[in-house]
Design a protein around this ligand. Structure first.
Ligand code: GLN
Length: 601
């Protein structure tokens, strides 16, 4: 029987502790719920700012902005592998979470400082001559001007990639043909340094925080306790509750809304830092509630802790270097093929794919040598499910890229004819549906379990894969009802997010739970890290898929909406069908997988 991490060492101190109930679950779940809600509040609040912050405050080019953003979010999911391992061997989950929380709070605080001055000074090269650029307002009200012979001229991009310089009355003072205008920014090295240091702190901190708080949730339940999936579903609701609020509030403080320009970037990051600090406070001062959970593993020597902490601090410059490498990234020339693509990956991408390819067989070999037959078979089942997980997130993560562009280009964003929402705001649907549906799913799993008909984990995963595919096919179906403007009603997109959110609830919390059930206890942190690693890989592949849906644009605008709609529909149909098919394969595999799981439900 696999035992929860540290169970032997701490069974006595937690005796009777899980008897107090919170919605029918161990009362400790409440503290883990609030801690994780506030942590995600910080993370998603920061994430909601990052792209615009890079593009508008630091004036990075689109390639650098998206490369840095994508690389950062992938690295954030890679470090849990190491953070999980450190918890397994040295710190235990609880110390890891506390340490991670401190690093992440500092990270957001450093990002806040990085925004307090030294915004990149914009300039423009207009047909070979350099002009200083003045920026006014922020958010949608943002306007840029060049000064020419004492006159302030507004810069306006046109559809044909030419640029107009407009006088105060809107008349055109000068027309710059396509290619004659290039914007740029002079960055202050100190503030750029702070930006990257801040991101590096968050990356390392998340590695210690995210996998280990999840394994503590698993510890609340005895092996075989049927409430475990429901408990993780409640925990998952916390994740989305936190992100829901901060994704609205942080951008609001930073760039405002409508004619209000907000308080500035610093305020958005300060709110993220404050949220993260609350998360740390909740966990650090738990009033003894979590005594006996996530403790140091039996046999680990407390004097080693400091080595881990120092090692982690030293990893921060390493993350810094990876980000610097990402910033220097140049896209491979078109048509360089798969080999060319892999060769041209930034170091970070190579490390990530390399780690995945090594970790998956590596963990199996380790389990074969160190576990008994039963433990090994359970680990095989876990690794197979983790691999399928990659497919789910590859599709799901289109939310931030191709689906947002689809919203922007081919969706009628009108809500009941009352008001319109922006493409970015469609991100709200997912978090909202998760918060709304998580309690229902938690109850559903509970009810089905009591009747003895709760589907097994592989079946839930299979349903999720079919579901994420079906979400896309639903939108493809809706596309035929597009108006003459080639725009699909918003409800089709909302429907897709509803289906995706239900699918997510069948795989994401269930997967976290699954890891804590099937893993050999000594390496549960590492396995949780591998779970997040599969998501890191998916984030990356998702970017490649999104590129398939690339649509020709001129000056950031799609010129032919019909071609755009057809392209999206084509790609969405293909990935929808592939995923649904893979889901069916997994459903068929659920029978042998069940055998490997030795009664784990
Ligand atoms: N939204 C969830 C979270 O932040 C899931 C993200 C993920 O695991 N890909 O934990």
């Amino acid at each position: 029987m696999t035992e929860p991490l540290g169970a032997a060492a701490t069974a006595a101190s937690r005796q009777g502790k899980t008897e107090n109930l919170w919605f029918g679950h161990p009362a400790q779940l409440a503290r883990l719920f609030t801690t994780e809600a506030m942590e995600r509040f910080g993370y998603y609040g920061m994430r909601a700012l990052l792209t615009l912050y890079l593009a508008q405050h630091f004036l990075f080019s689109d390639t650098t902005t998206t490369g840095l953003y994508g690389g950062f979010t992938a690295l954030v999911y890679l470090t849990p592998l190491i953070g999980g391992m450190m918890a397994d061997r040295f710190l235990g989950s609880k110390r890891s979470v506390k340490f991670g929380a401190i690093l992440m709070s500092l990270g957001y605080a450093i990002l806040c400082v990085s925004s307090t001055g030294g915004a990149a000074k914009p300039y423009a090269m207009i047909e070979g001559t350099r002009y200083e650029v003045t920026v006014e307002g922020s958010g949608e009200a943002r306007k840029q001007y060049v000064t020419d012979h004492g006159a302030m001229l507004r810069i306006k991009g046109n559809e044909d990639k030419s640029v107009s310089l407009l006088r105060g009355d809107g008349s055109e003072a000068r027309h710059v043909p396509a290619g004659g205008f290039e914007g740029g920014g002079e960055r202050n090295p100190l503030y750029t340094f702070l930006l990257i240091v801040g991101l590096a702190f968050v990356t390392v901190g998340n590695g210690f925080f995210k996998p280990n708080i999840s394994t503590i949730v698993g510890e609340l339940y005895e092996q075989g306790d049927r409430r475990r999936d429901a408990g993780f579903t409640i925990f998952y609701m916390g994740i989305n509750l936190g992100s829901l609020f901060s994704q609205i509030l942080c951008p609001l403080l930073a760039v405002g809304m409508g004619s209000w320009g907000g308080l500035g970037w610093w305020a958005g990051f300060a709110l993220a830092a404050a949220g993260m600090a609350v998360s740390w406070l909740l966990f650090q001062f738990d009033g003894g509630k979590l005594d006996g959970f996530g403790e140091r593993p039996a046999g680990a020597n407390a004097s080693r802790d400091v080595v881990v902490y120092v090692g982690a601090i030293l990893a921060i410059p390493l993350a810094y270097l990876l980000f610097a490498n990402l910033m220097a990234y140049v896209k491979p020339p078109a048509g360089s093929g798969l080999v060319g693509y892999i060769m041209s990956l930034p170091i970070m991408g190579k490390i990530m794919f390399g780690t995945f390819i090594v970790a998956i067989p590596g963990i199996l070999v380790w389990s074969w040598r160190n576990g008994d037959k039963r433990e090994f078979e359970m680990m095989v089942a876990a690794i197979v499910l983790i691999t399928f997980n990659t497919v789910f997130w590859t599709l799901f993560e289109q939310a931030g890229s191709s689906l947002t562009l689809f919203a922007d280009r081919n969706t009628d964003m009108n809500v009941f004819g009352l008001f319109s929402i922006t493409a970015g705001q469609t991100q709200f649907f997912n978090a909202f549906f998760i918060v709304a549906l998580a309690p229902l799913f938690s109850m559903l799993w509970g009810t089905l379990a009591r009747r003895g008909i709760e589907p097994g984990i592989p079946v839930k995963f299979g349903v999720a894969l079919v579901g994420v595919g079906a979400g896309f096919l639903f939108l493809v179906w809706g596309a035929q009802f597009a108006g003459p403007d080639y725009k699909v009603a918003l409800w089709w997109l909302a429907g897709l997010y509803l289906i995706h959110s239900m699918a997510e609830l069948c795989i994401s919390p269930v997967g976290l739970s699954m890891v804590t059930k099937l893993s050999i206890a000594r390496i549960v942190g590492l396995m949780m890290g591998t779970w997040f690693l599969s998501i890191a890989v998916a984030q990356y592949v998702a970017g490649v898929v999104a590129q398939l849906a690339n649509v020709e644009t001129v000056g950031g605008e799609v010129t032919n909406l019909k071609v755009s709609l057809d392209t999206y529909v084509g790609v969405f149909q293909t990935i929808g069908e592939i995923s649904a098919l893979i889901g069916l394969v997994l459903l068929a595999l659920s029978v042998p997988l069940k055998r490997l799981m030795h009664g784990v439900k």
